[in-house]
Design a protein around this ligand. Structure first.
Ligand SMILES: *Cc1c(COP(=O)(O)O)cnc(C)c1O
Length: 409
């Protein structure tokens, strides 16, 4: 028999969502009339908007005609879409040939790890989106895991807590490492300021490290002083790759479309431009994003699409406000509950001092019939926190907020 890839046996953190579902199902089977509401998922709920739907449908129709049919396209994406991303989302700070259109940010995060191999050291924010750690473990970057703990020898966890305003101590960044950084952050909802990102870029350059900047939630930023891209920071072109997504802003979680920016200045120790290897990798193990999805993405960046997208995001941000308000009532004050995020991000991050994440999760499930996400599932520094997602229909959010506002622990 063929042997299992031993790196896969090092994976531990894939338990979070299965464990949530297990507890949820157990509760629902004993309480079938509870009317459970989920504020636990990072999945969009609102329908695609008309301008984008029209563009998707028109592209499907074109594919059914002799003149409009197209097969494989350029692996890096339609040139019109690459131009539009550079212009609309990056104000031409990056050039269209540095934009690589893909089937999603998560997929690119997984592929990026191939570029650096199994010996690279990795640093992540703690708590973090699970793919950074698990993707690193899969390629062996953390092969010397200390069994049974979340401390991997090859992965440095940089705590992001209320004490440091959810921005890590950059002194923890190892030399010559890959640094995963997500802003607006999933799960904390924190958005790094220009000053903070300036420190991050400066440190990465001093340490010869590369930042993988996940900007999947950039479109949720409403405060104009907050940077939407790492490339707004001087020096980032020499030390950063940015991964973006159409999933959350336009509801393409199922349609699938994202992009990665690799600046031409970014180089490996031997001087090889990273973009050269990324190009090679992209055309070898990826065959281009769906041309239907790309037509939709292009429409979302046209003026009518931008207006619609803003409305969709406003809807989710209003949901976040409703959740925040519910958690700032008098009984929460008595419990010392602290509420973060949800203003420039779709996630509300809530601290219950002295309590364990999973205990709060169980209490909210049993008393409010609401499903949330235990912060400890995103990393050790998430202990005592709970994440609420603002992706949901307004009726459900209002009902969940009502129930939450009566919570007593
Ligand atoms: C949802 C999400 C993504 C999006 O991934 P896609 O593959 O583009 O759907 C990326 N990063 C973070 C942190 C996310 O929460």
């Amino acid at each position: 028999m063929i042997e299992r890839n031993s790196f896969f046996s090092n994976l531990t953190s894939g338990y979070l969502f299965p464990e949530i579902n297990k507890r949820r199902r157990a509760f629902a089977s004993e309480n079938p009339d509870a009317g459970l509401i989920s504020l636990g998922i990072g999945n969009t709920t609102e329908p695609l908007t008309p301008h984008i739907v029209d563009a998707l449908a028109a592209q499907v129709a074109r594919l059914g005609t002799k003149d409009g049919y197209s097969g494989y396209g350029d692996e890096a994406g339609l040139s019109t879409l690459r131009d539009k991303i550079a212009e609309v989302l990056y104000e031409n700070r990056i050039s269209p040939d540095e934009v690589f259109v893909s089937d999603g940010a998560k997929c690119d995060i997984g592929r990026i790890q191939y570029l650096f191999g199994s010996r690279v050291s990795v640093a992540v924010q703690d708590p973090a989106y699970p793919v950074y750690v698990d993707g690193s473990v899969m390629i062996g970057a953390a092969s010397a895991m200390i069994s049974g703990t979340t401390n991997y020898a090859g992965i440095t966890y940089m705590p992001c807590t209320r004490e440091n305003s959810f921005f890590p101590d950059t002194a923890l960044i190892p030399e010559n490492s890959l640094v995963y950084f997500c802003s607006p952050n999933n799960p904390t909802g924190a958005v790094a300021t220009r000053e903070q990102l300036t420190v991050l870029v400066k440190t990465a350059r001093e340490k010869g490290s590369i930042i993988i900047f996940d900007s999947a939630y950039a479109a949720f930023i409403r405060d104009p002083s907050l940077p939407r891209s790492i490339f707004e920071i001087d020096g980032a072109r020499e030390c950063a790759i940015e991964v973006g997504s159409f999933s959350k802003p336009v509801g393409f979680t199922g349609v699938r479309l994202g992009w990665t920016i690799v600046p031409k200045e970014l180089a490996f120790a031997d001087g090889t431009p990273v973009i050269q290897d990324w190009n090679r990798l992209f055309s070898t193990i990826f065959n281009g994003a769906s041309n239907i999805a790309q037509a939709g993405g292009l429409a979302s960046l046209e003026p009518a699409g931008l207006v619609e997208t803003r409305e969709t995001i406003d809807y989710y941000l209003e949901n976040a406000r409703i959740i925040r308000d519910a958690l700032q009532g008098p009984n929460f004050g008595r419990m010392g509950v602290e509420v973060y995020g949800g203003d420039n991000a779709p996630y509300v991050w809530v601290r219950f001092p002295g309590k364990k994440s999973w205990d709060i999760f169980d209490a909210i499930l049993e008393k409010c019939h609401v499903v949330c996400t235990p912060g400890a599932g995103f990393g050790p520094a998430g202990e005592s926190y709970i994440r609420f997602s603002s992706f949901g229909h307004r009726d459900d959010i209002l009902e969940a907020a009502q129930r939450l506002s009566r919570l007593e622990l």
